[in-house]
Design a protein around this ligand. Structure first.
Ligand SMILES: *Cc1c(COP(=O)(O)O)cnc(C)c1O
Length: 389
């Protein structure tokens, strides 16, 4: 056997020894509040990004089927050769309109969108300034560009200002932040960021994957929730979370930025077009998000109730209003055991330990959905109550 295989094997064994080896659950059903897994049987799902309860819905299965019939299975082409159908153009227009931006461009995923932005827009005489807790895709995208890199502590506006001062001579300054930090469920300080961006003539990019469709009164995300709509230059997001849950990503921005990406962004140019059935179903999603305000309201009410009940039990949670609820157990062992105990009771949650979260900050991350009934929430709360005792 070639020596590399043995070396990979020992890395994997080390991961297992450290409790970092991820086992995947085989799911036998559609996505939803109640699912069935191969190993764990029937359980309530509290770890999906299915915030609005649309993943697995009959309505989107129908919309995707109609799209499949109308536009076919796939295009066998990237966008600029022969992979652009009307449905892709319509979705780009609708995303831009929904988020109140000039234009939009689709990618196969938000990971690709974030991977393709920085190298395209920023050259070696530019500066990119990013929050330390940003998603891996922005981190990797930034690695691919030659701009000078600065990093500030999570939501720390003093540090951000220092970075902006140091980057004064750069041709372009771009501040990059997640709208919601996914391990903590807290929002970025977009008011502070936009104010500094104005003061120091910087562009602002927000990755709103964990907010698009449900944060803000109309679901337009963290810019809406933070009152900075019109002041964010680049808004990226995924179609794979609240907005249907299949796959696909987008960048909404001013026309020159979107045009630059269409011309020169590598994951856009060199990767296949989004499946038309997904594009068609995503158009339906935007309609649903606009008309079904009750989904956002139910999600908010579920979040409010769940957070309040956990607080009453004396469990430590990270304060926020977001449906990501981080329940702190501090020690990795405790968080892992807690997640296992909950799975035994039919509550599917995941624990997160170092290096995904800081040492000594191990936690269970609960994700609420509009698909959860009050009874579902009470069952999960009962399982937490047993842990709290
Ligand atoms: C999930 C997520 C992504 C990746 O989105 P995909 O479309 O699944 O690639 C990117 N950024 C953030 C902040 C995310 O939460």
């Amino acid at each position: 056997m070639k020596t590399a295989y043995g070396q990979f094997q020992s890395v994997l064994e080390q991961l297992k020894a450290d409790g970092l080896y991820k086992e995947e659950q085989g799911i036998l059903t559609r996505q939803g509040s109640q699912i069935e897994t191969e190993e764990g049987g029937s359980c309530l799902n509290f770890c999906a990004n299915n915030y609005l309860g649309l993943a697995g819905s009959e309505e989107l299965v129908d919309a995707a089927k109609e799209g499949l019939d109308r536009w076919g299975y796939g295009l066998s082409s990237v966008r600029f050769i022969c992979g652009t159908q009307q449905v892709h153009r319509q979705l780009e227009r609708s995303l831009a309109d929904f988020f109140g931006m000039e234009d939009a461009i689709l990618y196969s995923s938000c990971f690709d969108a974030n991977g393709g932005i920085f190298e395209c827009l920023l050259k070696d005489d530019c500066a990119v300034i990013s929050d330390e807790l940003n998603h891996a895709s922005s981190i990797d995208g930034i690695r691919l560009c030659k701009a000078k890199k600065y990093r500030y502590k999570n939501n720390n506006m003093e540090e951000l200002e220092k970075c902006l001062q140091e980057a004064q001579d750069a041709r372009i300054r771009l501040i990059v932040t997640d709208g919601v930090f996914s391990m903590d469920g807290i929002l970025a300080d977009l008011a502070g960021i936009c104010q500094l961006a104005d003061q120091y003539d910087a562009l602002v990019m927000v990755d709103d994957s964990h907010a698009a469709g449900f944060v803000g009164e109309n679901g337009r995300g963290t810019p809406e929730a933070c009152g900075v709509e019109g002041r964010v230059d680049i808004l990226t997001g995924t179609l794979g979370k609240a907005l249907g849950g299949a796959s696909g990503g987008y960048v909404c921005a001013g026309r020159p930025i979107v045009d630059m990406l269409r011309q020169q962004s590598r994951p856009y140019l060199f990767s296949n077009t989004l499946a038309p059935s997904i594009a068609a179903a995503s158009l339906r999603v935007l309609e649903i998000v606009k008309k079904d305000g009750w989904r956002r309201e139910k999600l908010q009410e579920n979040t409010r109730y769940f957070r309040e009940e956990l607080r009453k039990m004396g469990l430590d949670i990270i304060e926020s209003t977001h449906p990501i609820v981080a329940v702190l157990f501090y020690e990795a062992e405790k968080a892992n055991q807690a997640a296992e105990a909950m799975m035994k009771q039919g509550i599917y949650v995941r624990s997160f330990v170092y290096p995904v979260v800081p040492k000594g900050k191990a936690r269970i991350r609960v994700q609420l959905s509009a698909a959860h009934s009050r009874e579902d929430l009470d069952r999960a709360l009962e399982a937490f109550r047993q842990l709290a005792q």
